[in-house]
Design a binder for this molecule. Structure first.
Ligand SMILES: Nc1nc2c(ncn2[C@@H]2O[C@H](COP(=O)(O)OP(=O)(O)OP(=O)(O)O)[C@@H](O)[C@H]2O)c(=O)[nH]1
Ligand SMILES: [Mg+2]
Ligand SMILES: [Zn+2]
Length: 371
């Protein structure tokens, strides 16, 4: 079998290659996972997805980026697992004799940030935002965008996936109480969460963020439209790579200037993923995953008077006594959502047929009455 597989770790390091992909590639090469039967075909190469478009992706090989197509079979295999190719994914890509590049395989990601999206009816789809990240910058404007409850949701999303959150409050140059609000954010976030207030337009003001930009690390920027993610991307990359757009005066809402997720290389060697602003954020995870994001609730719950304390109105509740009320409210809300979403596909199927049965029975009764 003709197996050619090239892996150039030193070249790929600049686009965020980690030990995870190296190990996978070594094993895959051993198992001869990438046979090419076309003698003229270029060797299969490990590349990183830097942009996802509707009908193609852009992949980067450590030197330059190129367009690549994703065969239907690969798309289908991912879709069967409620998964999709996302920016940050590592793939094996191969050029054909016509000069086109194809994604042959996706490396199982070491982590993923995903959310749930309603399709308008009763179905809930899982949308992958980004794969293989070390740090998520939760970007929130100090203008009308400022909302601690929303921030809690972002914190849960990121912590559940095992990604380190860093809170960045932007537009510090436009307000007079940046320090006070930074203190409020620090008080409401889990202990030890890094938080900064910056003017995203000013490189000097963003200098403290340099610690997050380690060479080979991947960073994703998340937040609502107009929060200043693209502005920050440009400042951190030292050049105007991304378009930015004005926000509405009345409510600071952005105009969804960024429409696709894309990965950029910062001068210090970090990879920065800019994302379009999210309108709503519904977590993708069950109660167990949520527990990892709210370890502080679990910790305190041990000291509640009742073992089955719901931390609502029970006497002797240690959680209510110690946790920030805002954070506890978020926990209750996310907990309810997770319970609803934990319903398995089978349960949903059962529920659906039960609904159908009841409708049929109702119709039959109505008919009986008429006859
Ligand atoms: N004064 C000031 N303006 C900022 C700051 N950060 C962003 N802006 C402005 O806010 C507006 C929105 O910024 P963008 O970077 O386009 O916001 P975004 O988060 O990328 O928005 P979407 O792409 O729509 O999701 C632009 O006019 C920026 O110039 C800041 O720290 N200070
Ligand atoms: Mg943007
Ligand atoms: Zn309690």
């Amino acid at each position: 079998m003709n197996v050619t597989f090239s892996l150039a770790p030193e070249r790929l390091a600049c686009i965020g290659l980690t030990a995870h992909e190296r190990e996978w590639a070594a094993q895959a090469a051993d198992e001869a996972l990438f046979p090419t039967d076309e003698p003229e075909a270029e060797p299969a190469t490990l590349m990183r997805v830097v942009e996802v478009q509707r009908d193609h992706v852009r992949v980067h090989d450590g030197c330059s980026s190129m367009r690549a197509r994703v065969p239907h079979a690969v798309q289908q295999a991912l879709a069967d697992d409620a998964d999709a190719l996302a920016v940050g994914d590592w793939v094996v890509a191969q050029g054909d004799r016509f000069g086109d590049h194809w994604v042959v395989q996706r490396v199982p990601p070491r982590n993923q940030l995903a959310r749930r999206l309603h399709d308008g009816r009763d179905k809930v789809a899982r949308v992958v935002i980004v794969s293989n990240v070390d740090t998520a910058m939760l970007v929130m404007g100090l203008d009308h965008d400022f909302n601690l409850r929303r921030l809690d949701r972002y914190l849960a999303l990121v912590t559940m996936a095992g990604v380190r959150p860093v809170i960045v409050l932007t537009k510090a140059d436009l307000v007079t109480d940046a320090d006070a609000r930074l203190a409020a954010v620090r008080a409401a976030a889990p202990a030890g969460t890094a938080a900064f207030a910056v003017a995203g337009t000013d490189p000097a003001s963003c200098a403290p963020l340099a610690d997050c930009l380690l060479p080979g690390h991947t960073l994703v920027l998340l937040g609502s439209s107009g929060a200043g993610k693209s502005t920050l991307t440009n400042t951190l990359c030292g050049q105007a790579l991304q378009d930015t757009g004005p926000t509405r005066l009345a409510d600071s809402h952005g105009r969804h200037t960024t429409t696709v997720r894309s990965l950029h290389l910062a001068p210090g060697g970090a990879c920065i993923v800019d994302t379009p602003g999210l309108r709503t954020l519904r977590l993708d995870g069950d109660e167990a995953a949520l527990r990892t994001a709210y370890a502080d609730v679990d910790e305190q719950a041990a000291a509640c008077r009742f073992r089955d304390c719901r931390h609502v109105d029970e006497p002797g509740c240690a959680v209510r006594a110690t946790l920030d009320p805002q954070r506890l409210r978020s926990w209750h809300k996310l907990q309810r959502e997770a319970q609803r979403d934990t319903m398995s596909a089978l349960d949903r199927q059962r529920q659906l047929s039960e609904w159908k049965r009841r409708t049929r029975a109702g119709r039959a009764r109505a008919k009986d009455k008429r006859d």
